[in-house]
Write a protein that binds this ligand. Structure first.
Ligand code: GAP
Length: 448
């Protein structure tokens, strides 16, 4: 197993994220809202690319998965039927002296405050769902929840999908969207927050095919991270113990990443090995619960055998923000180049926020600037391309390396004569002269 990166890699990534516009503290000018983050210009590109790669692999490249986008607000009965009102809580203890609140499972000594040694209250359940009110009157009858998982939006649409698309088992639904949890111990940058995004699949199978489907999904999801460049030694699978399983799950395996956190995610999460995604067998729990609570028949009808039954559900459920963080940390490199150190984000090309940067060597030569801006405008039609003439070429290269730009294209005096430009590869730093009128084709092949 690889040595974990030195603990300050995390600090370096956090600082890079702020300095270069990936991720900012929310409401920064007001002192910040703790553990809440905003994605800046590069961050939103990276995040969108992660979501696009997930959607491509799980919706476009398959014939058995349908995309969905359900509302965040749902009928409150959904959360009663799903078991979240009753079961979705953490046990917490409060310090009678300093008033801080702790998650009971993180406490070694359940009676003593780890910060001020004051006396702790007995552990009490604390529901993680955010509540708000629908309509102008704030009263109990109008209470509504911010969804704590996107999954339920797919379960309650099961009958709509059967009626509108007539799929045969096995088939799945896929959705990416925001979820909200009033976490007691958020932290480690974007790893655990109260507002986050999930990428979830609900895959409906015949009950006797569930175990096989679970194994196939664990492999498929594990390989997705590797295929996008996560180092093998930083990724592992971990099967849940019975007592760890969520109230709806029969079995679950987590895909974990070895984050360079200085404080672990808690013993139950395996120290710095922390969950990126859980792949669970939810059996027929959700469809049965919703059928009973709504009075609607949510069984699947097999018109060959004339059987009606509840399918089992295999659920690969990942977090967008955690995945983005893992890609950032894994891609972060410092390399010695002569007497200098270059910071480079070696992100997979599909994920890199910017694919090409066009840089004129001399900004006081209008013909060069014109040639470079025309090239950038042309490339923008196909890839996210930037134009930059605000520094010396060495500085511009370093700036692009730091944000993971795949190719830097330099237009120089010679370009005016031979109509070629120099293309520099981010990872190898090797340079090639390429005809400007072939640049789009060249980059398309390289980025494919
Ligand atoms: N529908 C199943 C479900 O929600 P989960 O393990 O509670 O399962 C799935 O959440 C994924 O959502 C996690 O693997 C993680 O990546 C992400 N996630 C959960 N809570 C999170 C939080 N507080 N902050 C950021 N991501 C979170």
């Amino acid at each position: 197993m690889a040595e974990p990166k030195e603990t300050n890699t995390m600090d370096k990534v956090v600082s890079l994220c702020k300095r270069r516009g990936f991720i900012f503290q929310s409401s920064d000018i007001y002192g910040g809202l703790s553990n809440t983050w905003d994605y800046g210009p590069y961050g939103v590109e990276l995040k969108n690319n992660v979501k696009r790669a997930w959607w491509k692999a799980n919706v476009y490249m398959r014939n058995d998965i349908y995309g969905m986008d359900a509302a965040i607000l749902m009928h409150p009965k959904v959360w009663e039927a799903s078991g979240h009102v009753k079961n979705f809580f953490d046990l917490k203890s409060d310090c009678k002296d300093c008033k801080k609140r702790f998650k009971a499972e993180d406490l070694k000594d359940k009676s003593k405050c780890p910060e001020c040694s004051g006396q702790l209250t007995d552990a009490r359940p604390f529901n993680l769902m955010f509540k708000t009110y629908q309509g102008p009157v704030e009263e109990t009858g109008n209470e509504i929840y911010m969804r704590p998982e996107t999954a339920q939006g797919m379960f309650v649409n099961f009958a709509n999908i059967l009626d509108s698309r007539h799929p045969k088992l096995p088939f799945g639904l896929a959705q990416i969207g925001k979820a909200f949890r009033n976490e007691i111990t958020p932290g480690n940058f974007t790893f655990r927050t109260r507002e986050f995004e999930q990428m979830e699949i609900e895959y409906f199978v015949k009950p006797d095919e569930a175990d096989k489907a679970l194994e196939e999904w664990i492999e498929s999801r594990f390989n997705w991270y590797l295929g996008l460049g996560i180092k093998k030694e930083n990724l592992r699978k971990r099967q849940h113990e019975k007592q760890e399983l969520a109230h709806y799950a029969k079995a679950c395996t987590d895909i974990e990443y070895q984050f360079p956190f200085s404080t672990g995610g808690g013993a139950a999460r395996g120290g710095i090995w922390s969950e990126l995604e859980g792949i669970a067998n939810r059996a027929d729990f959700d469809l049965k619960q919703h059928a009973e609570a709504s009075g609607k028949d949510l069984r699947y009808f097999n018109n060959v055998t004339n059987e009606r039954f509840y399918p089992y559900i295999i659920e690969p459920s990942g977090g967008v923000d955690r995945t983005v963080l893992a890609f950032l940390v894994d891609a972060y490199n410092e390399e010695k180049v002569k007497d200098d150190t270059r910071v480079v984000l070696k992100l997979h090309k599909e994920l890199a926020p910017v694919k090409a940067a066009v840089l004129p060597l001399l900004k006081n030569r209008p013909e060069l600037v014109e040639m470079a801006t025309r090239l950038a405008a042309d490339l923008k039609k196909c890839f996210n391309t930037v134009y930059d003439d605000t520094g010396a070429i060495g500085k511009l290269y370093r700036r692009q390396d730091e944000v993971g730009t795949c190719y830097c294209i330099t237009v120089d005096v010679q370009s005016l004569e031979d109509k070629q430009a120099t293309v520099r590869d981010r990872d190898t730093m090797l340079q090639e002269r390429i005809a400007i009128d072939r640049m789009k084709e060249y980059l398309t092949n390289k980025l494919a």
